[in-house]
Design a protein around this ligand. Structure first.
Ligand code: GDP
Ligand code: IMO
Ligand code: MG
Length: 428
C-alpha cells in the first residue's frame, strides 16, 4: 500500500508545495492532515503562481481527489475564497473533499488569537493570527464545532450559543473588547453550511478505500518539524503535528498506509515568527539570502529570518519523522554568495552535542559549530541532471547525505515545476 508523506524538516516554508505538486503527478490522491490556513504553499506551473493555504497542492491536476482530513482546522471563509479564486483561474475543485470531523475556525478564534498576541506583546509567539491555536485549544477542550455539527442546524445553534457566551466573557472582561454577535455569526456560517454539505465526507473511509484498491496516496504536511506542538521549539510552535505521526490521527489510517517519508529541506534555514534559531544570520549574508530568495511569508508577508543550514535539525527530523528521502530546495538561491556554511553540532556551555535540546533555554545557549564549503556561482536553473551541477554544489549535497545517511533524491534549482533534478522514481 504505497503512501508517501511530504514533511517540512525545518520551520516551514521549505518548498513542500512545489514538491507535492511534482509528486502529485504520479499519485492518485493528495491529502492534507493538519494545520489550517496558517500554511502557505506555493506552486509555480506554466509561469503561473498559485498560493495554497488549505487546499492540497495536488489540486492543479484534474481528476485526482484532494482531501482535507479531520486533523486540519478549517476557516470556511478562507476555504471558499481559495476555491473561488482557483475556479476563476480555470482550476476545477470538484474533486475537493473535507472531513465531516474537521473542526471549524470561528471568528472568535481569530479575534482571540490577535488579542492574545497583542496582550503578550514582546513575549508573543508571532502567530499568523488565523485563529489556529484557539481553534485547536477548543478541540482538545472538547468545545469545538466540527463540520458535521455545522451542517446539523439545531446542533450548530446550540454549540455556537454556548461558545459565544463563554468567549464573550473572555473578550469583554479580560480583553475589554466589544462582544461578538450570535446572529451575525450564525447567519454567516449557515451560508457556509450549505456549501460545505456538498463536499463533506468521511475522508478516512474515502482514503481507506483508495488504499485497499492499491492506489497511491500522497500526504501533504504543512508547517515543519520545529513547529510541531510536541517536538518543536515549544512554546514557539504551531498547535498541530506537522510530523509523520500527525498523518495517522489527521486522516484516520494505520501505519501501513505509509511506505516513504520525504523530508523537505531548504538548502539554508528560514523561520517566520518568534523563537530560537541557532544558525540565524543577522544582516550581511542573511539579508542577501532574504532579498535574493524573496524570503517573505506566503501567508502574512512577514520577512523570513534567514540562516545557514542546520544538520542537527535535519537529523532530529530524520528521527522523529522517519525520513527516507530528502527533497532539497533552493540550491539556486544559495549560489553566488561566496562560501557557504553548515552547522554540524552545538556547543552548549562547553558541551558538544548533535542532539536537539528540549528547552528553549538550552537552544538559546547553543553556539553553532560550522563546516565551511566553497560556494558556486553558476546559474543552476536549467540543470536537470545531477552530474551537471557544479562540483561545489555536489560536494554540499554529498555532505548532507553523508551526515544524515539519507539520499537527496530531489533538488530544486528554481521555483517552477520543471526546475528540479529528480534522482529516483517515487511510488514504485
Ligand atoms: P511551503 O510552505 O513549504 O510550501 O513553501 P512556501 O511556498 O511557503 O515557500 C517556498 C518558496 O520557495 C516559494 O516561493 C517557492 O516558489 C520557492 N521555491 C521552492 N523551491 C524552490 C527552489 O528550488 N528554488 C527557488 N528559487 N525557489 C523555490
Ligand atoms: P507552511 O505550511 C512557516 C509559524 C508562525 C508562528 C508559529 C505559530 O507554509 O510551511 P500559528 O498561526 O500556527 O499559531 O503560528 O508558526 N507558522 C509557519 N511558519 N510556515 C508555515 O506554514 C507556518 N504556519 C505557522 O509564523 O511562528
Ligand atoms: Mg509556506
Amino acid at each position: 500500500m504505497p503512501g508517501l508523506v511530504v514533511a517540512g524538516a525545518q520551520w516551514g516554508d521549505e518548498g513542500k508545495g512545489r514538491f507535492v505538486d511534482y509528486l502529485a503527478s504520479s499519485a492518485d490522491m493528495v491529502i492534507r492532515f493538519q494545520g489550517g490556513n496558517n500554511a502557505g504553499h506555493t506552486v509555480v506551473s506554466d509561469n503561473k503562481e498559485y498560493k495554497l493555504h488549505l487546499i492540497p497542492s495536488g489540486i492543479l491536476y484534474e481528476n485526482k481527489p484532494c482531501l482535507i482530513g479531520n486533523g486540519v482546522v478549517i476557516d470556511p471563509k478562507s476555504l471558499f475564497e481559495e476555491i473561488d479564486s482557483l475556479n476563476e483561474r480555470g482550476i476545477k475543485t470538484d474533486n475537493l473533499f473535507v472531513s465531516l470531523r474537521a473542526h471549524l475556525v470561528m471568528p472568535y478564534h481569530i479575534l482571540l488569537d490577535g488579542l492574545s498576541e497583542k496582550n503578550l506583546g514582546k513575549s508573543g509567539i508571532g502567530t499568523t493570527q488565523k485563529g489556529i491555536g484557539p481553534c485547536y485549544t477548543d478541540k482538545i477542550a472538547r468545545k469545538g464545532i466540527r463540520i458535521c455539527d455545522l451542517i446539523n442546524e439545531k446542533e450548530f445553534a446550540s454549540l455556537l450559543k454556548k461558545n459565544i457566551d463563554e468567549k464573550n466573557q473572555q473578550i469583554v472582561s479580560v480583553y475589554k473588547e466589544k462582544p461578538l454577535d450570535f446572529d451575525e455569526i450564525y447567519e454567516e456560517y449557515s451560508k457556509y453550511a450549505s456549501r460545505l454539505k456538498k463536499m463533506a465526507v468521511d475522508t478516512s473511509l474515502m482514503a481507506y478505500k483508495y488504499l485497499e484498491g492499491n492506489k497511491k496516496l500522497l500526504f501533504e504536511g504543512a508547517q515543519g518539524m520545529l513547529l510541531d506542538i510536541d517536538f518543536g521549539t515549544y512554546p514557539y510552535v504551531t498547535s498541530s503535528h506537522p510530523t509523520t505521526g500527525g498523518v495517522y490521527s489527521g486522516i484516520g489510517l494505520g501505519p501501513k498506509a505509509i511506505s516513504e517519508v520525504v523530508g523537505v529541506v531548504k538548502s539554508y534555514t528560514t523561520r517566520v515568527g518568534k523563537g530560537p534559531f541557532t544558525t540565524e544570520l543577522f544582516g550581511g549574508i542573511g539579508d542577501v539570502i532574504r532579498e535574493k530568495g524573496h524570503e517573505y511569508g506566503t501567508t502574512t508577508g512577514r520577512p523570513r529570518r534567514c540562516g545557514w543550514l542546520d544538520l542537527v535539525i535535519i537529523n532530529y527530523s530524520k528521527r522523529v519523522n522517519g525520513l527516507t528521502s530528502i527533497a532539497l530546495s533552493r540550491m539556486d538561491t544559495l549560489g553566488g554568495i561566496g562560501d557557504v556554511k553548515v552547522c554540524t553540532a552545538y556547543d552548549i556551555d562547553g558541551t558538544i552535542t548533535k542532539d536537539y535540546p528540549a528547552t528553549v533555554v538550552e537552544i538559546e545557549k547553543a553556539k553553532p559549530i560550522y563546516e565551511t564549503f566553497a560556494g558556486w556561482d553558476e546559474n543552476l536553473s536549467n540543470i536537470r541532471e545531477y552530474k551537471d551541477l557544479p562540483k561545489e554544489a555536489r560536494r554540499y549535497i554529498e555532505f548532507i547525505e553523508e551526515y544524515t545517511g539519507i539520499p537527496v533524491d530531489m533538488i530544486g534549482v528554481g521555483p517552477g515545476r520543471e526546475e528540479c533534478i529528480v534522482r529516483k522514481a517515487y511510488f514504485k
